[in-house]
Design a protein around this ligand. Structure first.
Ligand code: PLP
Length: 395
């Protein structure tokens, strides 16, 4: 008889966002007339920018004509997009060749798939608070997980552990949920640690476009030595509103080798076996993001989200509530004032002021007592939510 993967039974019963949506459903059916303001799930609310739409339309037209029609795309990505991404890095002083760039359908897919590169006996270290998918993907793979928490005292940025502990190191900067960004010296110590121990860093840069402080690294490859120990996973979801359109990219340097095996070559082998590439139309749309005009247009949208974060931060300042994030990230991470249990605080906001956020406990134990607010909603909803929170918490 077939034996299912028994590790699925080790997963926590409910996924964080599923749990939240169930609570919302119950609340709405009990209170049909009440308007909810959602600062919870990190989905975007602004449409794709004009340059991307134009490129998508053009690509659809290409598919209607024999001479410009595209069938299967190259598994690792269309050369035009791999080049555009490499050029984008070059513009920031990071030298990457197009064949070190792999186009994906998004960071989530990639964060799970990339684990194929590693032995199942290689433990994974997750710096926490963390995006829940890191832990769940490794549980499914039957991998040992080491949790490395960081609290308010460390600015939610953990330092490498004192000894050799794990082979796969997850770092997310800017961090979801805390909005904390690793400084250059902090990333340097992680790169040193990985190079000394032979570990590989999986650097999740899904929110790099939100970094405005030029002293903060937007890519792990800004750090010397990272080309020998890191993989960077990026997404256009939050950068350019591609959550429903789907496109990401991953950088695996050719110099990344372990035990005589080249991880870039292994990933080429993996992709050519397990995918038939990302749609031509979507890759064309994505390539518009990397043009000068595309960059200008997406930064306008990012600025709108940042203004929302500013509205939330002003309200918390006025209410005297501690928080971090919000400046170089789309998330504001607040302390639950007067509450140790972040799910209780979730219930309070939902029941009293109909504001939905995300309880910190869903991001690891060290997230307990904190709460994530997202700036991806509409301006009006964000302003109304901030006002309601000030009324409730500023008393
Ligand atoms: N990584 C982090 C830290 C995220 O917060 C998210 C989505 O919220 C993702 C990856 C997934 O991005 P994508 O939409 O590209 O799958």
């Amino acid at each position: 008889m077939l034996r299912p993967n028994c590790h699925y039974s080790e997963l926590k019963d409910t996924y964080l966002f599923y749990n939240i949506s169930q609570k919302i459903k119950t609340y709405q059916s009990d209170n049909p007339g009440k308007k909810l303001l959602r600062l919870g799930i990190g989905d975007v609310s602004l449409p794709l920018c004009g340059e991307v739409i134009k490129a998508l339309h053009q690509a659809v037209d290409d598919q209607a004509v024999k001479e410009t029609f595209h069938g299967y795309m190259p598994e690792c990505g269309a050369p035009f997009l791999r080049e555009a991404v490499a050029c984008h890095y070059a513009g920031r002083g990071v030298s990457i060749s197009p064949d070190e760039v792999f186009i994906s359908s998004g960071a989530s897919d990639e964060l799970g798939d990339i684990l194929d590169l590693f032995d199942r006996d290689s433990p994974a270290l997750v710096t926490e608070p963390a995006y829940p998918a890191y832990v769940d993907a490794n549980i499914m793979a039957g991998r040992k997980i080491i949790h490395l928490p960081a609290g308010q005292e460390e600015g939610f940025v953990p330092a490498p552990p004192g000894m050799e502990t794990a082979d796969i190191l997850y770092i997310c900067s800017p961090n979801n949920p805390t909005g904390a960004v690793f400084r250059r010296d902090q990333l340097e110590s992680w790169v040193d640690f990985a190079n000394k121990t032979g570990a590989v860093i999986l650097f999740d840069a899904a929110y790099e476009a939100f970094i405005e402080d030029s002293s903060l690294p937007r890519s792990i490859f800004e750090i010397e030595g990272a080309e020998k120990c890191a993989i960077e996973i990026c997404s256009l979801s939050k950068t350019a509103g591609f959550t429903g359109t789907r496109l990401g990219y991953t950088v695996i340097p050719k110099r990344l080798e372990r035990c005589g095996m080249n991880l870039n070559e292994m990933w080429v082998r993996n992709r050519t076996t397990k995918t038939n590439g990302v749609s031509y139309i979507i890759q064309k749309g994505a390539s518009a993001v990397f043009t000068e005009e595309g960059q200008r247009q997406i930064s306008e949208n990012i600025l709108k989200y940042k203004r929302n974060a500013g509205i939330i931060m002003n309200a918390l300042d006025e209410a005297g509530v501690w928080y971090c994030g919000g400046r170089n990230a789309p998330y504001v991470w607040m302390k639950c004032p007067g509450y140790d249990d972040s799910w209780e605080f979730f219930d309070l906001l939902l029941n009293e002021i109909q504001v939905v956020g995300t309880p910190g406990a869903g991001f690891g134990e060290c997230g307990e007592g904190y709460f994530r607010l997202s700036s991806f909603g509409s301006r009006d909803d964000t302003a109304e939510a901030a006002e309601r929170m000030l009324r409730l918490l500023g008393k």
